[in-house]
Design a protein around this ligand. Structure first.
Ligand code: AMP
Ligand code: GLY
Length: 425
């Protein structure tokens, strides 16, 4: 197989690292990739939003399967364009990708499928939203409808914050067209977990549980990031609960889409919150989580290329999907200032030493090649990922390796996996 993977982050490095181990993979291309993905395949200078460019490259390089890492190309219709060109794509159609691309669509679909989600109201103009927000109990959650680079969710603790959020989304249009509509919903309280599943349109095969760490600061303080670390399995989502949650939050959605003539193929991700009133779905993503993907990939024992192909050919029941019983844990090393503005171009040292720690793989994210040197080029720079017999040993290996890596202002959370350890005692 010849595979083209789209994206350039830590998730994409982990996916291409795993695909590179498959005996059925002959050649890997990554668009645009990073210096880490270049160790496994050939990087192509095409951005993830250039749909015609990606289709052209897939044809030119005689690619059998395209794997979009991020949501943007899926929402922009990459799958549909590839299918028209006769090329398989591990990912949903533009219609199904609206589960992530439009929060209004996702909430309406959840309501229709009977999936538990926070109570909500949709607004198409600011006046009505403000009137509603004047009376809604505090705190309340305000969400831009469309893609907003992870910044479109505001948890307003005061009326003033709510009014400012409505103004920013709908009047100032800080997220552009993503703010044509917004949602106001009840604020839920509880611990979050990530539930992912492979789907071939009909069959649903859940991945093991994972937990992300979204806030930048220790003990979940400070602004939200793309994720500062993740581990799998997450004790909050035991194997029994995982099966139950798949039945309650993923299967009904896949069934509803199939009934609409829109089979979902690819990986689906439900962001769950466990509240005092039971579990709720906060959101769907139509792709792997980043950084959840990193600990999941080091645990996957089966052939990822075979699984992805099977999802595209409705043969998911026929392929093995086996996972290591060990724990995977990823610590993200970030640039100083992230998720706000941060410097770039800082030289990174210690990558080889870190990778030599037993059980550790270093996935690159915001990195660039500058001569012989790997330098930083993004907010989330590296994902130091360990596979070890249990959570405690995975944590110590990941931190031991993370401490061997250095760049100016390197920032990391020291408490990745701490919630899992407090649950297991
Ligand atoms: P979303 O993009 O919908 O996942 O939102 C991003 C983050 O905002 C989630 O991971 C939660 O931490 C938080 N969030 C979203 N919706 C709610 C809600 N209804 N109540 C409390 N927190 C929420
Ligand atoms: N780690 C959260 C996400 O990928 O959306």
């Amino acid at each position: 197989m010849r595979i083209l993977l789209v994206g350039s982050g830590g998730r994409e490095h982990a996916l291409v690292w795993k695909l590179g181990q498959s005996p059925i993979v002959e050649k890997l291309f990554i668009a645009p990739g990073n210096p880490g993905t270049a160790l496994v395949g050939e990087n192509l200078p095409i951005t993830d939003d250039d749909i015609p460019g990606l289709v052209r490259a897939a044809k030119e390089h005689k690619v059998d399967l395209v794997v979009p890492g991020p949501e943007l190309p899926l929402v922009l219709g990459l799958k549909d364009a590839l299918v028209n060109a006769g090329i398989a794509c591990f990912g949903p159609s533009a219609f199904c990708a609206r589960l992530e691309g439009s929060k209004v669509f996702a909430k309406n679909m959840m309501r229709k499928a009977g999936i538990p989600t926070a109570d909500f109201q949709v607004f198409e103009e600011a006046y009505a939203a403000r009137e509603y927000a004047k009376k809604h109990p505090l705190p309340m959650v305000i969400k831009a409808d469309g893609l907003a680079a992870g910044k479109g969710v505001i948890i307003a603790k005061t009326r003033e914050e709510a009014m400012n959020a409505i103004d920013a989304i709908m009047v100032q249009r800080v997220f552009d067209a993503a703010g044509e509509r917004l949602i106001i919903e009840e604020a839920l309280v509880g611990e979050e977990a990530s539930l992912l599943a492979f789907c071939d349109g009909k069959t649903v095969v859940p991945l093991p549980s994972a937990q992300d760490h979204k806030p930048v600061g220790e003990n979940d303080t400070g602004p939200n990031t793309g994720g500062m670390g993740a581990y799998s399995p997450a004790p909050i989502l035991s194997e029994g609960l995982l099966a139950e949650m798949t039945e309650r939050t993923i299967t009904p959605m896949i069934r509803l889409l199939a009934e609409k003539g829109q089979p979902y193929q690819g990986v689906i991700y439900a962001g769950l919150m466990f509240t005092a009133n039971g579990p709720y779905v906060l959101e769907y993503n139509v792709r792997f989580g980043d950084p959840e993907c990193q600990p999941l990939m080091v645990r996957l024992e089966s052939d990822l290329a075979e699984i992805m192909s099977a999802c595209c050919t409705k043969r998911l029941t026929h392929v093995p999907v086996k996972w290591s019983r060990k724990t995977g844990l990823c610590v993200v090393l970030a640039a100083p200032g992230y998720p706000g503005s941060y410097p770039k171009g800082m030289a990174i040292s210690g990558l080889d030493q870190a990778a030599a720690v037993p059980g550790v793989t270093v996935f690159q994210a915001g990195t660039a090649q500058s001569g012989d040197q790997i330098v930083t080029s993004g907010g989330r720079v590296l994902g130091v990922t360990a596979l070890a017999p249990d959570l405690t040993s995975a944590r110590s290996a990941a931190y031991q390796a993370a401490d061997l890596i250095d760049f100016d202002g390197k920032y990391l959370r020291r408490d990745i996996g701490a919630k899992g350890i407090s649950r297991t005692g």
